[in-house]
Structure formats: C-alpha cells, structure tokens
Write a new protein. Structure first.
Length: 166
C-alpha cells in the first residue's frame, strides 16, 4: 500500500472518529441540558410552593389577628366601667358595634356566646331585683363561655382552670 493510501485511510479514520465523537458528545450534551432543565423546573416549583405556603401562612396569621382584635373589642366594650347612665349608654353602643364586627368574623359559636354575654350585660343594667352575687355569677358564666369559644376559634386550647377576670 502506498503512502498516499495509508494517509487517506488514516485521514478517513480520523474524520470518522471525529464525527462519531462529536455525535456522542452532542447527544450527551442534549441529555445534560434536559436533565439541567428538569432539575431547574423542580427547583422553581419547590420555590414557588415555598413562597405560596409562606403567603398562605401570612394570610392566615393576619386573619387570626383580625379575629382576635374583634374578640378583644367586644370584651373591652363589655368590661367598660358603667357607673353613670351616660357611661352605660356609651358602653352599650360600643358593645353593639363590637357585636356587628363579631358577626363578620365569626364563627357562630363565638357569636352565640357573645350574644349571651351581651344579654347578661343588658340584664345587669336593667334588673335591680337580682342580687349582686347572682348578676356577677351570671356574668362570670357567660364571660367564661365567650372566652372559651373565642379561644377555640383562635386555635388556642382553653384552660378551664383559670377563671376570667371581671
């Protein structure tokens, strides 16, 4: 075989080897790119899920805080000192406004307990034939029910051993 033939065979082999190597390299590059895209998609989805969970938790926390504020507004209105007729009228108006907010915030268990508590508050202002102890006991009982209902609605475990303050 002549030198030219050997050179042609060697050149052909080099070209064929380069083509085969290039094809396999190109194919491996496409697989790596697809794997990187898939990993990036998974990472992006995980990030989106984390952000969504954080936003949901923040939304839930804001809603609970708003509900807690409504419950406190009602409790503050009921516990206002009422020595004069004007103070009683003002407290009653604040209590009614707070009840309206409770109707928006809910849940029903809290609204019912607040309504019963408000009713006993009204009875305290109107009834003069009941003894102070009877009225205080009724108020304590209704306040306890209201506080337990509010705590449950806020996801707090009610502590039945701690008496509420009047």
């Amino acid at each position: 075989m002549s030198e030219l033939g050997v050179a042609l065979i060697a050149a052909g082999s080099a070209i064929a080897g380069s083509i085969a190597t290039g094809w396999f390299t190109r194919h491996a590059g496409h697989r790596q790119a697809a794997a990187a895209k898939h990993a990036g998609d998974r990472q992006a989805n995980a990030l989106i899920a984390t952000v969504q969970a954080t936003l949901d938790e923040q939304r839930r926390a804001r809603a609970l805080e708003q509900r807690r504020q409504a419950y406190m507004q009602f409790l503050d209105a009921v516990l206002l000192p009422c020595e004069t007729a004007e103070e009683r009228r003002s407290a009653f108006e604040q209590m009614r406004a707070a009840m309206s907010v409770l109707h928006l915030e809910g849940p029903r268990e809290v609204i019912v307990a607040a309504g019963a508590y408000a009713q006993s508050f009204e009875m305290e202002m109107v009834l003069s034939h009941s003894s102070y102890e009877e009225v205080e006991m009724l108020l304590w009982e209704r306040q306890s029910r209201y506080l337990v209902a509010a705590q449950r609605a806020l996801g707090i475990s009610p502590d039945s051993t701690a008496p509420p303050t009047l």
